[in-house]
Design a protein around this ligand. Structure first.
Ligand code: HEC
Length: 147
């Protein structure tokens, strides 16, 4: 179950919080994105040469992103436009089809990168290029940055 994996990955989630978590789409989607952010950090460390390339770590990071992409669109029900600490833009609900297409693209690009199973850093750079482009594109269109 993806929610369980996310809860484990976030690590700080207590049993009680896990229940709230499963019910609250805002917390769920934010935890999912934190999980993606953690995976991107691992990828970035290797891409920048701060860490030696590890094909297993790379594949795990890409797989985590793909798992989130496959469920992410489920956490935007009507009524979750505001509340909590959400940073979503109302554009998601104004253009739900566009948003879902952006999620589908993220899912397809991460699936392709997983399928490529990059064996070395050059292959990973090539595979991750397409994946990484999704972050900024979607955030710019569908998220209001707090920064
Ligand atoms: C299809 C759209 C989409 C894609 C692709 C996407 N994100 Fe996000 N991301 C969002 C939305 C929407 C939010 C805001 C969720 C909220 O606040 O309710 C968000 C929030 C975040 C957050 C903040 C989570 C928090 O603490 O609240 C991080 C970190 C993040 N994204 C990282 C990434 C990274 C890294 C990538 C690329 C590997 C990525 N995202 C790709 C839509 C996307």
């Amino acid at each position: 179950m993806i929610l369980r994996k996310i809860a484990i990955a976030v690590g700080v989630v207590s049993v009680a919080a896990t229940c709230a978590f499963a019910q609250d789409p805002i917390q769920t989607r934010q935890a999912a994105m934190k999980f993606v952010g953690g995976a991107a950090k691992q990828a970035g460390g290797m891409l920048k040469g701060e860490k030696p390339y590890d094909a297993e770590v790379a594949l795990a990071a890409l797989t985590k992103m793909n798992e989130v992409a496959s469920v992410f669109a489920n956490y935007f029900p009507e009524g979750s436009e505001t509340g909590g600490e959400t940073t979503v833009s109302p554009k998601i609900w104004e253009d739900m089809a566009g948003f879902q297409a952006a999620v589908a693209k993220f899912e397809a690009d991460t699936a392709a990168a997983v399928a490529a199973a990059p064996a070395d850093l050059d292959a990973f750079k090539a595979a991750f290029g397409a994946v990484g482009a999704n972050c900024g594109t979607c955030h710019k269109a569908y998220r209001v940055s707090k920064n």
